[in-house]
Write a protein that binds this ligand. Structure first.
Ligand code: PRX
Length: 565
């Protein structure tokens, strides 16, 4: 990206279309753009994917491998009898079949429905029932979860097991598929999808309610390609690592489509999070661009600075974060230990691509989400009239002018809820923020997380950010609890860093520390030390659960809660 201001003046989505060689009305299949096209551009032998298993075993795939293996999957699914438009669920750990599976499904015209493999049977059932999914690609270890619910899934016809070893016979509707042993399909007739052909059905992480299926289309590529290039700064010689699981939108938009449509090499590890694992991974593969999330960054901060020094992380060139507000403290910490700031990016399952962000080369104001992507018209609107706020620094709802290419097209079988997201010609994100006099967006909180303290709306983010500046605090969540006078007052839940124990003294010390930073209304009236905070499996703090407990209310749908197995 040239300078941000220049880009805003000159940008149009046509630039992306031109780079992709796409003209309105053409066939557009994301699967082709992520593999065949890159080969046609002369990069068939370039490494597309470096994958590491739990045990550290490594596999490498070129763009030609990616092309052929995704053809192989597409061909297999088509021959099984799966038709374009049917939903095919991907229910696997982060193994190559998950990544290639998504592209394979798109190539044969079906709709990919990725679901996080740690979901239990109930979470799986809700989403497969809703989408009337007809096939699921999974692993032996997850098969029992599918078998448990099969009798409740009349539309499910194909259960494809990618690592069946023949030890136990498969049942009716179950099929063994081995990507490595299957005959490689050099040529496959890719489904001639057009702009509005459905591509991916992503169930939202449900921090606030029942998960909804956000329906995306192949045209989303136009914004996913160019945002990956401009915001994540992907360049030809980059080694990219997106830590998100493709069960969530970050893991598909920027863990599959963004890097591969840009012809970049990306790395994935199946291993779970530990600071040691992650730093070793960056060092070993010389990762240059790293896209992660605040929850992981705070976990790394918790492990301290010493461990960072054990690794050579000098390959890192650009760092970005998404999923939750990124506290200023985390941005400053990353500058201190990695010599690079994490660039906060804001978007949603529904937006399909990054919509507000800090860009390479732009001045970063730690704690701010940055500015709208060129081509995206974003603002904050009044809470009642939905008219853009004229004064800077006033909190309103984040709103985006519809029409960007990767906007979701509906909620699956829930058009009414979809329509309810649009007011006064704006798409409402369901988040609150203010804009400063330089056009930077400052996140306040999700609509439902905002605390009403005596008629004053207080966002949890500023309280939590003040709290984590205290040396003992690892993470925090601020919620409203009932109060006879003020309606709500702030209560803070805190997890502590290693070496700190909960005590009355520490509570007082923390209170004194934040008193200087917060307005009296934002000051917590109570602190509760906890071992961990309730989070979605994608790493978001579920304040709703903490709040419901304070109010003695039902906690609602918790199917995405981390510990609901
Ligand atoms: O509340 C905002 C928060 O995550 C929501 C979207 O979640 P999801 O659909 O699961 O997609 C996550 C990955 C794209 C938003 O409505 N959120 C996401 N990024 C940020 C954020 N909140 C503050 N700052 C961010 N950078």
């Amino acid at each position: 990206m040239k300078s941000y201001e220049e880009e805003v003046k000159n940008f149009s989505w046509e630039i992306s279309k031109k780079e992709l060689g796409y003209k309105d009305g053409d066939i557009i299949n994301i699967g082709w753009y992520c593999s065949d096209r890159i080969c046609e551009m002369g990069k068939a032998n370039k490494i597309a994917f470096i994958w590491e298993s739990f045990k550290g075993e490594e596999k490498r795939y070129t763009y030609n491998d990616l092309r052929v293996l995704t053809n192989t999957i597409a061909n297999y699914l088509k021959n099984l009898g799966i038709k374009p438009g049917e939903r095919v669920c991907l229910f696997m750990d982060k193994i190559p079949e998950l990544y290639f599976g998504l592209i394979g499904i798109l190539k044969m015209g079906a709709i990919a429905q990725p679901l996080f493999s740690a979901f239990g049977s109930d979470s799986l059932l809700t989403r497969l029932e809703d989408a009337q999914t007809s096939a699921i690609i999974t692993q032996k270890k997850h098969l029992p979860k599918v078998r448990n619910i099969l009798d409740k899934l009349p539309y499910m016809n194909y259960i494809i097991v990618v690592d069946d070893d023949g030890a136990k016979p498969l049942r009716e509707k179950e099929y063994a598929f081995n990507l490595e042993k299957e005959e490689r399909i050099e040529k496959f007739d890719i489904y001639p999808s057009t702009a509005e052909t459905p591509s991916i059905l992503h169930y939202t992480s449900g921090t606030t309610g029942k998960p909804k299926g956000a329906q995306h289309v192949h045209y989303s590529l136009i914004s996913q390609y160019i945002t990956a290039k401009y915001v994540l700064d992907l360049q030809d010689d980059d080694i990219y690592w997106c830590t998100a699981d493709p069960g969530w939108v970050t893991g598909t938009s920027y863990g599959i489509i963004g890097p591969w449509s840009n012809g970049v090499t990306q790395c994935v590890t199946e291993a779970g999070f530990t600071a040691e694992n992650w730093y070793r991974f960056i060092e070993k593969h010389k990762i240059t661009v790293w896209y992660s999330a605040p929850t992981a960054i705070r976990a790394l901060m918790r492990e301290g600075n010493e461990i960072v020094k054990k690794f050579d992380l000098s390959s890192l060139r650009h760092l970005a974060s998404v999923g939750e507000p990124l506290n200023a403290e985390a941005v400053l910490w990353s500058q201190e230990v990695f010599g690079k700031m994490f660039h906060d990016t804001f978007w949603q399952t529904e937006t399909g691509c990054i919509v507000i962000s800090n860009y390479p080369g732009m001045k970063i104001k730690p704690g701010s989400m940055g500015k709208p992507f060129p081509g995206i018209e974003a603002t904050v609107v009044d809470l009642k009239t939905f008219v853009p706020l004229e004064r800077t620094g006033v909190v309103g709802m984040i709103a985006i002018k519809p029409g960007w290419p990767s906007m979701f097209r509906t909620y699956w079988k829930n058009e009414e809820t979809y329509k309810g997201k649009f007011k006064n010609g704006w798409y409402l994100c369901g988040d609150r923020a203010s804009i400063d006099d330089e056009g930077y967006f400052w996140f306040v909180g999700r609509d439902d997380d905002v605390i009403n303290a005596g008629g004053h709306l207080v966002g949890p983010f500023e309280i939590e950010s003040a709290l984590i500046e205290h040396p003992a605090v690892a993470e925090s969540a601020a919620v409203g609890k009932p109060d006879p006078i003020n309606m709500e007052v702030v209560k803070a839940f805190i997890t502590l860093k290693k070496g700190y124990e909960p005590s009355k003294e520490l509570e007082l010390n923390i209170m004194n520390f934040i008193r200087k930073k917060l307005s009296p209304l934002a000051m917590p009236q109570e602190i509760e030390f906890v071992e961990s905070l309730p989070k979605t499996r994608s790493g978001k703090i579920m304040r709703r659960v903490l709040r419901a407990k304070e109010w003695g209310e039902d906690i609602g749908d918790t199917s995405t809660l981390e510990n609901d197995m």
